[in-house]
Design a protein around this ligand. Structure first.
Ligand code: ACO
Length: 367
């Protein structure tokens, strides 16, 4: 068998052409529709970035106003969704509850709308689903969405009953922007594969949610926080990492298929992790993280990816660990949708080949 053309994990394989984002691992640059993420987190809200990813340009004032109007009036979900959350086991992982919810929600939404409109609907309704799912699993009533709030303020309102527009809401906004889009990552690729069969946008998103859940992808933010908790103290950190590496364990929140010299998104969020440690007076996770990071660089030349600093930032925001990955979905929905739309604009079914290593042809005796 000639395996010379086989690339495990499709590493280095060019699987498409896209104008949504540019990942330049050599220059450590990430651009959304041509804009540098550093500029976007400094000057934009998640709602503006959502518009940018979906429509290709940043909105002017009137366009943003109209977009916000459409999103904010569309946050409610059919009551059957709340019934679903009550019927599902409280112990089911929030990503599994979300996957079921999006599949059910899709059956209530008009089929004949444009994909852009469908994407807007999901961007509007996903926070309601994620927060209601969590609250119901905790024995609480869902919160009715408030149309006066932007994406970040509304998220805190839907989760806790109280909106936030303070420093924490700003940090949340930054993480949402950084989670919104990242080229041909596994979940985006899954979405593109699904719609390349001419299946619908909602089915593409359900595939993407299932793919994001894994700890090698979006699930790493939860796994990273659980790891920090298991390490427990700065004194324990170095030895813990060394032991884990001897046991060939993956250290969650480290490494990346594209970035080999560090992830710019992680560097941005790391600044907030430090500031939050100072502001809250709780430097425990910061101190452990610094030791883990130094040890990983020394032992494996591996840098943290976005999920590593996000984990302790969300923890200091007092967000429940099991909703970290669903939170990722709340903004990545815009990147997924942009890719789904792009795929369908110039579609060919995605269907790679494979090498066969099974049994040679054999005869079947009459039975
Ligand atoms: N901990 C320990 N070793 C690691 C790690 C890690 N986190 N990441 C990579 N390595 C090692 C591998 O064991 C391998 O070593 P070897 O050559 O001695 O066998 C080498 O680095 C190359 O790693 P691969 O797994 O081949 O890298 P790949 O590109 O296939 O995987 C991935 C990338 C999945 C991100 C990997 O680095 C990983 O599992 N990281 C931990 C999970 C994680 O943080 N995922 C989040 C990704 S970012 C995101 O989704 C937002």
């Amino acid at each position: 068998m000639d395996t010379s053309s086989y690339k495990p994990g499709l590493e280095g394989v060019i699987a498409g052409i896209s104008a949504v984002s540019m990942v330049d691992a050599e220059k450590n640059e990430l651009l959304y529709r041509g804009y540098d993420i550093h500029d976007l987190v400094e000057h934009c809200t998640m709602d503006e970035v959502a518009y940018l990813l979906l429509y290709g340009e940043l909105p002017d004032e009137a366009t943003l106003e109209a977009f916000n109007q459409r999103i904010r009036m569309d946050r409610e979900v059919p009551p059957a969704l709340y019934d679903l959350f009550r019927a599902l086991p409280n112990t089911a992982h929030p990503m599994d509850r979300l996957k079921a919810a999006v599949a059910l929600l899709a059956t209530f939404l008009p089929e004949d709308e444009t994909n852009l409109r469908k994407a807007e609907r999901l961007y509007a309704k996903l926070p309601t689903l994620v927060c209601a799912s969590w609250r119901i699993s905790q024995g609480q009533e869902p919160v009715v969405p408030d149309p006066n709030l932007d994406h970040s303020a509304s998220f805190f309102h839907l989760l806790t009953g109280t909106p936030r527009t303070d420093y924490l809401a700003h940090v949340f906004n930054v993480t949402q922007i950084l989670y919104a889009e990242h080229g041909f990552n596994a979940s985006t690729f899954a979405a593109r594969v699904t719609v390349s069969t001419l299946s619908d946008l909602y089915s593409g998103v359900v595939s993407a949610i299932g793919t994001l859940k894994g700890p090698l992808h979006g699930g790493a933010n939860e796994a990273a926080m659980e790891m920090l908790q298991e390490i427990g103290s700065p004194e324990n950190a170095q030895e813990w990492v060394r032991d884990a590496l001897v046991q060939k364990k993956k250290i969650m929140g480290f490494g990346h298929r594209e970035y080999k010299h560090g992830d710019e998104r992680a560097k941005i969020v790391k600044g907030y992790a430090k500031e939050l440690a100072e502001r809250t007076g709780n430097a425990l996770w910061w101190e452990i993280s610094e030791i883990v990071e130094a040890e990983m660089l020394a032992a494996k030349k591996l840098h943290p990816n976005l999920d590593f600093p996000v984990a302790s930032v969300y923890y200091l925001m007092e967000l429940p660990i099991p909703v970290y990955t669903p939170i990722f979905v709340l903004s990545r929905i815009t990147g997924w949708s942009a890719h789904i739309i792009e795929q369908l604009e110039n579609n060919r079914i995605i269907r790679p080949g494979h090498l066969y290593n099974g049994l040679e042809k054999r005869s079947l005796a009459p039975r």
